[in-house]
Design a protein around this ligand. Structure first.
Ligand SMILES: [Fe+2]
Length: 165
């Protein structure tokens, strides 16, 4: 089946995929919008690879903000750029320059300190939100984040970048 033209929507209603290329990608975060995720979290999408399920975000969390208790179906690597954060379930603090690897299956609750944080998260799979009894209460993956990005662009009247690499 031929690749969808980028101007056409795919079967999920998202921007069609560009043909596969091995050409390098140069991405300037200034060309990407901040997208509100919660009242304390916003993000810029950096990579939304619908072929592999990998997705990366530049995530900003204001002081005292948190990402609800969640489970990863695959690993995540976080690179801390500014501020600091920790998991409620652990006793370490992630600071600028540090790298945090989150293994598949880990359940944790990310909290920021008062200065908040700017961190790049590279996801290999889905993020499942869990309640305290380990019941699934929500999820995100490359498709939900792509949809948030495309919907934001549609509201603002801007063309979404091709982040499927
Ligand atoms: Fe996590």
């Amino acid at each position: 089946m031929p690749e969808a033209d980028s101007a056409q929507k795919d079967q999920l209603g998202l921007r069609g995929l560009e043909p596969f290329t091995t050409q390098e990608r140069i991405l300037d975060p200034d060309d990407l919008p901040w997208i509100t995720y919660t009242d304390t979290i916003s993000f810029k999408p950096l990579r939304l690879n619908r072929r592999t399920g990998q997705w990366s975000t530049l995530t900003k969390i204001v002081g005292g903000g948190h990402a609800g208790r969640h489970y990863h179906t695959a690993s995540v690597i976080g690179h801390v750029l500014e501020g600091s954060w920790y998991y409620v379930e652990r006793d370490w603090v992630a600071k600028p320059g540090m790298i945090v690897w989150e293994p598949p299956g880990d359940i944790h609750t990310l909290m920021t300190n008062q200065e908040g944080t700017l961190t790049i998260f590279n996801h290999e799979g889905s993020l499942l939100y869990m309640d305290d009894d380990d019941n699934l209460i929500g999820y995100d993956d490359v498709l939900t984040i792509t949809r948030l990005y495309h919907e934001h662009c549609e509201r603002k009247g801007i063309e979404p970048l091709d982040l499927d690499y």
